[in-house]
Design a protein around this ligand. Structure first.
Ligand SMILES: [Zn+2]
Ligand SMILES: [Zn+2]
Length: 377
């Protein structure tokens, strides 16, 4: 993406006056892809750029700096470039107008409410396919109009628990809580994955992660909350702005952490027991499929070869074993294969999509990847 976009690691959402947004819009117009969008911007009597909540002076908001040709970029690069160009152009277009209709209908003294909405002026929305919008249609009604109830239904519903965080949602949450910076948030999540604390997308915590958080909450409340980290980030911003000295901040954080370390050291034994137990739990793959066996399958390491495999915890009565790929981080997810009912494990290689592996070598749903792995063994 060299040269096509400005420096990407910034939270800034306000264009500084040194950036000639009109000129950039004109430049983008020379590309066939964006000529209509560019025209829409330049046709305005006055261009008013939208302003976000965050303003910083380190870097301007991410914006295109040159016209890219689709043929010169990879497909992922083009998607990213397209997103940045469209987003940039949209910040220079007027707000969309939405008409909201709320109908309150009285049925035997009970109010029934219907909400409708539709866009009457699209403006930027028509150039931004990444924004999901939906018109909700309700018919024209007059005040006092009498309508007929055409049917009724009593629904039995349960409230759903909140959804798990996807990596994207987590980045937003971290931003909201003041954790990390645009440059580090992504790496923080990657480290949690590589160290076996979370896996998948949406992210799911391992037993070990739950135990570590529980243990920290119990013994070192302070470092388990986001407050301490955001406090530290705040101090560091204070150093940048000159309100704090580096020495004071280092001293204060050192004191804060040494208090916590003392507590942790004193209760080391209890803490290590709790975490060890959780790590053992994380090694449980699922129920043993062996005949007349109600043991659990667990990930083990062969004493001689140091190779990992799956064995039954009822050994030596049950001698069921399964082989495992030797490379990659293994995460137990306690899910069953939809083809054969055997347990599934997740194998994670750095920088690649995680692989859900059914441990049954004779599984009818076995994918090519596993067959290749077996042939190359
Ligand atoms: Zn068994
Ligand atoms: Zn299977």
């Amino acid at each position: 993406m060299n040269g096509y976009i400005s420096y990407p690691r910034t939270d800034n959402t306000v264009y500084p006056s040194s950036i000639d947004v009109k000129e950039i819009a004109r430049m983008l117009g020379s590309s066939g892809e964006y000529s209509r969008m560019s025209e829409a911007v330049l046709a305005q009597k006055k261009i008013v750029a939208s302003r976000g909540k965050r303003r910083s002076t380190d870097h301007p908001p991410i914006h295109p700096t040159a016209v890219a040709q689709k043929a010169n970029l990879s497909s992922d690069e083009w998607k990213l470039y397209d997103l940045i160009v469209r987003r940039f152009i949209c910040t220079l277009l007027p707000a969309a107008k939405n008409k909201i209709i709320i109908a309150t209908i009285d049925i035997n003294g009970e109010p029934f409410i219907a909400n409708g909405s539709n866009f009457i002026e699209q403006n930027w929305i028509k150039f931004y396919p990444y924004y999901k919008r939906r018109d909700v249609f309700i018919p024209q009604l007059k005040e006092g109009q009498i309508i007929t109830v055409s049917g009724k239904e009593l629904l039995d519903k349960k409230t759903k628990p909140p959804v798990r965080y996807t990596q994207g949602m987590l980045v937003e949450k971290m931003e909201e809580l003041g954790l990390g910076t645009k440059a580090t948030r992504h790496t923080i999540i990657q480290n949690l994955i590589l160290r076996g604390y979370v896996s998948g997308n949406p992210l799911q915590p391992s037993e070990k992660a739950i135990a570590v958080v529980k243990m920290l909450k119990k013994h070192a409340e302070k470092i388990s909350s986001p407050d301490m980290t955001s406090e530290l980030e705040m101090y560091m911003n204070g150093i940048v702005s000159g309100d704090e000295t580096k020495e004071d901040v280092v001293d204060r954080s050192r004191k804060m952490l040494s208090e916590v370390m003392t507590v942790l050291q004193n209760e080391k034994d209890e803490i290590s027991q709790e975490i060890k137990k959780a790590i053992r739990e994380d090694l449980v793959v699922g129920k043993c499929p062996g005949e007349n066996c109600d043991g659990d399958l667990i990930v083990r390491t062969a004493r001689k070869t140091k190779k990992r495999f799956i064995g039954c915890n009822a050994y030596p009565e049950c001698r069921t074993t399964f082989s495992l790929p030797q490379r990659g981080l293994l995460v137990t997810i306690r899910e069953e294969c939809k083809h054969c009912g055997y347990p599934i494990v997740k194998i994670i290689y750095k920088g690649r999509k995680p692989w859900d592996l059914c441990i049954n070598p004779d599984c009818p749903g076995k994918d090519e990847k596993y067959k290749n792995y077996n042939n190359n063994k």
